[in-house]
Ligand binder design. Sequence first.
Ligand code: BG6
Length: 466
Amino acid sequence: MSEYIFPKGFWWGSATSATQTEGAADIDGKGENIWDHWYRNEPNRFFNQIGPNDTSQFYKGYKDDICLMKKLGHNSFRLSISWSRLIPAGTGRVNEKAVDFYNHILDELIAVGIEPFVNLYHFDMPLAMQNIGGWENREVVEAFEKYATTCFDLFGEKISKWFTQNEPIVPVEAGYLYDMHYPNVVDFKRAIQVGYHSILASAKVIKAFKEGGYTGKIGIILNVTPSYPRSEHPADKQAGRIADLFFNRSFLDPSVKGSFPQEMIQILRDMDSLPYTERLDKEIISKYTVDILGINYYQPRRVKAKEYMPHPDAPFMPEHFFDYYDMPGRKMNPYRGWEIYEKGIYDILINIKSNYGNIECFISENGMGVENEERFKNEEGIIQDDYRIDFFKGHLKWVHEAINEGVNVKGYQVWTFMDNWSWMNAYKNRYGLVSVDLEKDAERKVKKSGWWFKALGENNGFSENE
Ligand code: BG6
């Protein structure tokens, strides 16, 4: 029987974001963010028309939720602060009720012995900031820096791990290329500006953190999905390299190494899409890199050389350089439509060790979203989600192997503690260790995976047939 025991002090826990769990989107002085606004205007874009006000009600139930987290083996938990709850207009007045709310959460976590990891931005641009252009506008970069400093001042004593952003490439892709987030723009050049300003914002926040003498570490959370080419053919390999440039290295290189890949700059130059920059930006980005890297991993990216040339007049997309590849026989999570490839997590970690100075890192999200889990309930009404336990085990084995090979990986946080609101998918795919019954006032019930996770945390590992 194989046993997988992790280093002493390994971080076990889960991650979530404000908009996806808090609910209470329009009370106690919270300002509107892009999700509130988009839902109000186009509710039909959201699965079953469930919006950000109807998320898991963490705002109300955080005390019990934190108690349950403790019971389920957590020693760490990542949450995000809602910018528009704390500073309703994105800049200016601070909402005292939000200060109280986040202080209560942090105090509660600390009291039960769960270390809070706090992220400052998880896809939730305040509407007032979006109305002046969102990340396209440098004023928003400045406002973000002020908001971050406000958070450091207000909560800094309680937090030793800060994160500037979660998956900053997602608002770029989803909001400015593929029409999945507000403002639903399809424009490569604008997407590049948004991405550039997000990176600059992260570096400026790190600068403010370091210069302000705050204690603790500051990092970023990235989805660094590796690209796997269909074959060893040079055209397939080139497709993989370019996909990697766009979707991984664009954020990973500046965040960890302080510079952009030359090849990427050349492509942008060729496409006449280099972003607007200012004189001191380069120095700030190169000097203020992250202390710690959170890695979100769900699925690999399989690519191949292009089958057909894109329409010459169609809007330019990164997919101009490669096609996605449906590898025959790949293992799928059919609900989310994502491939399950456990070794991918190891490949990422080895890449971080070999090419990114073995920076301190941790798995900051990994999980499996499944539709209609009710059908897996046993007689006691507990969801028997063995598939999720297998998913976690399969990935953890590879994390364990990476540790054996010297990767500086310090923890594993799943997505997510309780079922939450997945943006446009709302409550379609459920990810939680704990189910949330929307029909019964968001009643929580621990799933089988939740009890398995408890044992995982308590034993600091698992054995094959547990
Ligand atoms: C990550 C995000 O990309 O994946 C989360 O950080 C998100 O916000 C999670 O919910 C799962 O993806 P999805 O699209 O199924 O919600």
